[in-house]
Design a protein around this ligand. Structure first.
Ligand code: AKG
Length: 249
């Protein structure tokens, strides 16, 4: 049975909302993920959503799924948020030496769409180049929902501690963007937990963490803004271009 995480308050330890408390850092180290509640305001998530409407409207190739890759490179607000100290300060606590941007995207689930994102590790996609120069010891992502998310509309499910298991074998399954499914899906289903969040909460998770999402049974879009970061010495980003260094290493 899937457990849903219910309260993050006990993890924040009264710290400034823009840095991770020692409890959150311990959780990230042990479980491969943690959450900073309310990192963005609802006005900010609404503004990103409005930008997403504009971008998707202008890029018919991105419909009907509504996924947009390289979001921060196409949109000033998303660029600003990817570089915002509220994000980069906690990322610096997890990534180093130095921080650069690996990639960003908008991930959309259409209303009443049962499409799942298969169990996967981002690193199965990110270390695709077999280029030792692209290896990272600490690559990770932030995942910010643009509306509240729960098990009904497609919150993430994660397997706590799976970031410690290395890169698992995977197989290509189905269609779409999440095809590199780990082989041990039974184990994932058995050990997973749901991570319901409010709009603007920020989930930080390791690129090795097993995660997936189910369909969206609601009548509204479910959107998440995702930015992945790596240490500054890794020379290139996900698209083979020079990585955008935010904090020199
Ligand atoms: O947002 C989602 O539903 C899943 C996205 C995801 O797992 C990913 O992009 O790696």
């Amino acid at each position: 049975m899937t457990i849903a995480f219910e309260s993050f308050e006990d993890l924040t330890g009264g710290m400034d909302a823009s840095s991770l408390s020692s409890e959150q850092l311990e959780q990230y180290d042990r479980d491969g993920w943690t959450v900073l509640p309310g990192l963005l305001s609802r006005d900010e998530t609404a503004a990103i959503s409005a930008e997403a409407d504009r971008l998707v409207d202008h890029q018919p190739s991105h419909t009907p799924t509504g996924w947009v890759f390289g979001l921060h490179s196409q949109d000033d607000l998303c660029q600003q948020i990817a570089r915002d100290p509220r994000v980069v300060t906690p990322v610096q606590q997890l990534v180093g030496p130095g921080v650069s941007i690996h990639s960003s995207k908008l991930v959309t689930k259409l209303a009443q769409d049962a499409t799942q994102c298969n169990w996967h590790q981002d690193e199965a996609f990110y270390s695709d180049t077999e280029d030792p120069a692209m290896l990272s010891g600490c690559r990770m992502s932030i995942w910010i929902p643009l509306q509240d998310v729960d098990q009904d509309n497609g919150c993430l499910y994660i397997v706590p501690g799976s970031h410690r298991w290395g890169l698992d074998p995977y197989e290509l399954v189905g269609e779409g963007h999440c095809r590199r499914q780990v082989l041990r899906t039974d184990l994932a289903d058995e050990q997973c937990m749901a991570v319901p969040l409010s709009a603007g909460d920020c989930l930080f998770f390791s690129a090795y963490l097993w995660h997936h999402s189910k369909g969206n049974a609601s009548d509204e879009l479910r959107r998440a803004f995702i930015v992945s970061y790596q240490e500054a010495r890794v020379p290139r980003n996900a698209y083979g271009d020079p990585a955008e260094v935010l904090v020199p290493g």
